[in-house]
Write a protein that binds this ligand. Structure first.
Ligand code: FO1
Length: 325
């Protein structure tokens, strides 16, 4: 069975661990979000690609969810000792090794897809990880700033999230470079040839959003013969982790399991979804979601361990079979 997953970072990576445990024979292609990417000290960093790579490769820091296990922070300490900026982004020494190799490959003229293939080869991943695009796209957050003439300021998503802890009032979110981007090689084929398309519990705005915004991707999902099933990243009105609750209002979406389902839309009304899984705390939202033509199921959605993620994956596969046209 060929499964294609549109993935952000930590939530997607943890779900993928469950999916792999539940469907070890499946051929899984992960289309990774690259809107989080940024350049620091000349190094190209791809946080969501690295989170999937480290987590599925067994090299991730399980407590933080991002970055490498057994990390040290000597280079960052030196940066800070020099009072150099930026120093708000946690660049670990082992992690820097990844960025050095990626940047060297890119500087040699290799594409991000080629660099990602080279990096993931070391980790012997049980999935194929491809970037959503090989062209530069960066998610920027527009925040209120009374000191600016138009009362607004635009900053990179990572600065908004890591430096400012998502505390700045968000006016808009946009994906710089998205209009001239194009799907990376294999992305459209992985969508068209999939037996199942999944939206894991990732941030709908800055993780799934950029992937769907790459020209051609949303249309490919709409045209795909495979059922499209997603899992709500919002449980009981709040994101399980991260800052989706700060960003969803900026795009006019209700911070709820039903709100995000409606945001993606039901296939019957021109949207993406055939099925949507919500946490049992949001079971009361099931009827409304079903009325939108999206098959909905309520079950525990907290990925406390791989077994919990595998149970979610099982329910996802079961729902996919129920909605398969
Ligand atoms: N998240 C943080 O909250 N603080 C950090 O210092 C930080 C550093 C970092 C370094 C490499 C990397 O791949 C991810 C990193 N993240 C950090 C997570 C990153 O902000 C992710 O993009 C978000 O968690 C959204 O997926």
């Amino acid at each position: 069975m060929r499964i294609t997953v549109l993935a952000g970072g930590i939530g997607a990576a943890r779900f993928l661990r469950g999916l792999i445990a539940q469907a070890p024979e499946a051929e899984i292609t992960v289309i990774g979000n690259t809107g989080d990417d940024l350049t620091l000290y000349g190094l190209r960093v791809s946080p969501d690609l690295d989170t999937v790579m480290y987590t599925l490769g067994g090299g991730n820091d399980e407590a933080k969810g991002w970055g490498r296990a057994d990390e040290s922070w000597n280079a960052l300490a030196e940066i800070q000792a020099y009072d150099a900026t930026p120093s708000w982004f946690g660049l670990g020494d082992r992690d820097i090794g990844t960025h050095l190799v990626r940047t060297a490959l890119l500087d040699e003229g290799r594409t991000l897809s080629e660099a990602t293939a080279a990096l993931t080869a070391r980790w012997d991943l049980p999935v194929r990880l491809v970037p959503m695009t090989d062209l530069r796209v960066e998610t920027h957050v527009v925040v209120e700033d009374p000191d600016q003439p138009d009362g607004r300021r635009r900053l990179h998503f990572q600065e908004y999230w890591v430096r400012h802890h998502a505390e700045l009032p968000v006016v808009d979110v946009w994906f710089d470079g998205i209009e001239t981007s194009e799907p990376a090689p294999g992305v459209l084929d992985a969508i068209a040839s999939a037996d199942l398309l999944l939206l894991p519990p990732s941030n709908p705005v800055v993780s799934i959003g950029p992937i769907l915004a790459v020209p051609g991707v949303r249309d490919a999902v709409l045209a795909a013969p495979a059922p499209v099933v997603g899992l709500s990243p919002i449980v009981g009105g709040a994101p399980v982790r991260g800052m989706a609750d700060k960003l969803l209002p900026a795009i006019g979406v209700d911070t709820s399991a039903a709100g995000v389902a409606m945001h993606f839309g039901g296939r019957r009304s021109g949207g993406l979804l055939d099925g949507w899984l919500v946490d049992e705390r949001d079971a009361d939202a099931v009827p409304r979601i079903e009325q939108a033509g999206i098959a909905a199921r309520a079950l525990p959605l907290l990925m406390t361990d791989v077994a919990a993620a595998a149970a979610m994956a099982r329910a996802t596969l079961d729902l996919a079979e129920e909605v398969r046209r």
